[in-house]
Structure formats: structure tokens, C-alpha cells
Ligand binder design. Structure first.
Ligand code: THU
Length: 160
């Protein structure tokens, strides 16, 4: 038997003020997207904004459904749109903001496992890391330099 220890690295910023202007404006796009989320069942709004290599910003938000599993998270709404519109484009950065309509969401909210798997697919496809910034509605911001840091032991095409 051998024990394997997996380490990961995240950077935590006290607030958006510590980040470069380009990232602040990307996060502001995520805020705007969050406001437009369709989340009548959970009241938990999430917005995501992607900076593409052509300079374009693509946004997405969570879309819920009375048949709960038919809904989709903000991150996948954005990333699938990017994949469909720019099949050869690369995603440079991703900003995510989540906020409950019922509570204060002031700590970084990481993307769910299914979204991490979806983001991994595109990072592998483009063969370049995606910088991921995530936060609540206010407060600290977490940064991962690549999806790899958020999903050790990723399931990828190499096992197929
Ligand atoms: N949600 C996201 O949009 N992204 C995540 O990474 C986690 C969860 C959404 C799904 C659902 O509409 C609501 O948040 C509560 O789970």
C-alpha cells in the first residue's frame, strides 16, 4: 500500500480591489449575468463571464426548471455557448459570482463538480490553462491558475 498526497494551489484576494482592472471588469460582467439568472426555485443566482482569446466576453447564468435536473449551471451555460460559437477559440479567463437572494454570500463559491468536469474538457481541448476567479456576491476572491487545481484526478480522454 502506498499513500498518495494531492496538493493544490489557490490564491485568495481580500477583495476585487486587489485584482487587475481586466479581471475586475470581467467579474463585473459576471455580476451582471448573475442579476439575470433564472433561479426561481433555489433563489441562488450565479453568473459566469469568459474572456476569449479574440477579446470577446461571453456570459452565462443558471437556468432552472420546474423539473429540477433539467436546469443548468451558469458555468456550463457560458462554456457551452463559447464552445458552440467559437469552436476554435480559446478561453483565457473565467470569472464566477454566486449570490443567494435569501442570505449574504460573501465567501468564494467554487464551481460544482459537474461544471469542473465540463471546464476540464475545454481546457484539455484548447491545450491552454483557463484562469478561474470565483467569489460570492461580495468579499474575497479565489483564483485558480488552471482547472487542474480544482479537479485533481480528472476523468479525461486519455482513459478512453
Ligand atoms: N449553480 C451554478 O450555477 N453553478 C454552480 O457551480 C453551482 C450551482 C446553480 C444551480 C442551481 O440553479 C443553483 O445554483 C442552486 O444549486
Amino acid at each position: 500500500m502506498k499513500k498518495i498526497k494531492i496538493e493544490t494551489t489557490l490564491y485568495i484576494y481580500e477583495s476585487l480591489d486587489e485584482l487587475p482592472r481586466e479581471v475586475v471588469s470581467l467579474m463585473q460582467k459576471a455580476f451582471e449575468a448573475r442579476e439575470n439568472a433564472y433561479a426561481p426555485y433555489s433563489s441562488f443566482n450565479v453568473g459566469a463571464a469568459l474572456l476569449m482569446d479574440n477579446g470577446e466576453i461571453i456570459t452565462g447564468n443558471n437556468q432552472e426548471n420546474a423539473s429540477y435536473p433539467s436546469g443548468l449551471c451558469a458555468e456550463r451555460t457560458a462554456i457551452y455557448y463559447a464552445g458552440s460559437q467559437y469552436p476554435k477559440g480559446k478561453i483565457l479567463q473565467m470569472a464566477i459570482s454566486a449570490g443567494s437572494k435569501n442570505n449574504t454570500t460573501n465567501k468564494p463559491i467554487p464551481p460544482c463538480g459537474a461544471c469542473r468536469q465540463a471546464i476540464a474538457e475545454y481546457e484539455i481541448k484548447q491545450d491552454a490553462p483557463i484562469a478561474i476567479y470565483f467569489m460570492g456576491a461580495t468579499g474575497k476572491v479565489a483564483k485558480s491558475n488552471s482547472l487542474v487545481n480544482l479537479l485533481p484526478l480528472v476523468f479525461d480522454r486519455s482513459v478512453l
